[in-house]
Design a protein around this ligand. Structure first.
Ligand code: ZN
Length: 457
């Protein structure tokens, strides 16, 4: 007994360690299981961190289990953001000073899994700490970027209307902490690469980019696998006669040998088709440049490849500050010369969905998770129903993270990642913003179900 008490004391001191999954029974729940099935009043039983059963009615009794009465609230799979860049700025400093707070923000917003696309090595430490419970946070899966061509290659024929293009820096890493009011004008050619996207005409290269030696690419794949990354991330902008598609194919195939899948950023229809040709495992953006409504063959080719896609639609809709300033994800004024993507992205997404593509949730923004969710819901709601969006946020996002065997639905055998929501997302999808409890692997990590808990901190 003394030994047991000592062990408990140790666990408390260590900040919960690998928090022991408690057996749980969530009763009186309106269950949306992520597959499209609704159980109006039922129970979810969790044993050893996994879903043991999901059924109508309440079970007679489950020994050694904590009972959580959902009181008719909605119970869903934990949300999955299959495209974020959680680590911002100086990674080592971020890990020590900001990680714990920001990870709590994901849990409070209902996120139990986050795919970190383009991750510094500190991302592996973040993954370790959230796994061990040293930091309370979502599951982290980390991607390391490998280039498809030499930086600085693929020159343009004409000066772009947005000024000089930046180096081929992929996606996000938006500036954090800039004042949301009275933002300064971004300097031409600098800042968030999505402002000056080199795959968007007229910045698109007209000359072939330089090739990287195959041996160097193979070594990079090997190093990513050995370091323990979950994926390789690539960014494709095909240059005329350039090496991008071939290099991507090489990465995909070498990755397969080492059991590390390749995910690809392609934001134009042309580049998405090239990524499909090269055999990428995931398309981490909706192509929002180029019209799939004018290209039925491209729709069929992308959708029939069986490659999941991640939404990230809200990058190109304005985020309105409290003083009604339309902002981009870098917290600077919205670049109106990109706004066609706000329409074309959802149009292309729906056409791909109609053709059978698996479409999952991802944001690729640096807004806090709940604000990112609100923005993404606005974009998704243009072309998807609340029922569709529940699937996009859960089962399909698990596919976009390539973790559908463990995550994304409330089905026996899957990891017990569960949220309780005050409201009915099938009537009003914005009710997914009202998360009152988040459970990861059977461990309650965020709980606002009691007034005391709600007013704590
Ligand atoms: Zn990204």
């Amino acid at each position: 007994m003394k030994k047991l008490i000592a062990l408990i004391g140790l666990a408390l001191v260590a900040g919960a360690g690998p928090a022991a999954a408690q057996n749980l029974v969530i009763t009186n729940a309106r269950i949306l299981d992520g597959t499209g099935t609704v159980i109006e009043r039922g129970a979810v039983v969790v044993r050893d961190g996994k879903i043991a059963s999901v059924s109508a009615g309440n079970p007679a009794s489950v020994p050694d289990a904590r009972v959580i009465d959902a009181r008719g609230m909605t119970v869903m799979p934990g949300f999955i953001d299959a495209h974020r860049h959680p680590i911002q700025g100086n990674a080592a400093e971020w890990l020590e000073k900001e990680a714990a707070d920001q990870m709590r923000g994901y849990l409070e917003a209902g996120f139990t899994t986050v795919l970190s696309a383009i991750t510094p090595d500190e991302g592996l430490e973040l993954r370790r700490r959230t796994e061990s419970g040293a930091i309370k946070g979502p599951r982290i899966f980390a991607a390391r970027i490998i280039p498809l061509a030499r930086a600085g290659g693929g020159g343009r024929g004409n000066a772009g209307r947005r000024g000089a293009a930046p180096a081929a820096a992929p996606s996000t890493q938006g500036a954090q902490g800039a004042a949301p009011t009275a933002p300064p004008a971004p300097a031409a050619g600098r800042g968030d690469p999505a402002r000056f996207d080199t795959s968007r005409p007229p910045l698109r290269p007209t000359q072939p980019a330089g090739a990287i030696a195959a041996e160097d690419t193979i070594n990079a794949v090997d190093a990513a696998a050995k370091a323990g990354f979950d994926y390789i991330k690539t960014v494709i902008t095909v240059t005329p006669g350039g090496p991008e598609t071939e290099t991507l194919r090489l990465i995909v195939n070498e990755g397969k040998k080492r059991n590390i899948p390749t995910v690809t950023h392609a934001v134009t229809v042309v580049d998405a088709l090239a990524a499909v040709d090269a055999g990428t495992a995931v398309l981490v953006h909706t192509p929002h440049i180029g019209r799939l409504d004018e290209d039925a063959a491209a729709v069929q080719k992308i959708a029939k490849a069986g490659i999941p896609m991640t939404s990230t639609l809200a990058i190109f809709i304005p985020h309105f500050s409290p003083d009604n300033t339309p902002l981009f994800r870098d917290r600077l004024p919205f670049p109106w010369d990109t706004v066609s993507s706000a329409g074309q992205g959802p149009v292309n997404a729906r056409l791909l969905w109609e053709a059978g593509l698996s479409y999952g949730y991802g944001t690729d923004t640096s807004w806090p998770p709940k604000e990112s969710l609100r923005d993404e819901l606005r974009a998704l709601s243009l072309v998807f129903s609340p029922k569709d969006i529940v699937t996009i946020l859960t089962r399909n996002a698990a596919r976009s993270a390539l973790k559908q065997d463990q995550l994304g639905t409330l089905e026996p055998g899957k990891l017990a990642d569960i949220v309780i929501i005050n409201g009915d997302p099938l009537s009003n999808i914005y009710d997914v913003l009202n998360v009152v409890m988040t459970v990861k692997g059977g461990v309650v990590l965020s709980d606002k179900t009691t007034p005391a808990a709600a007013t704590r901190r």
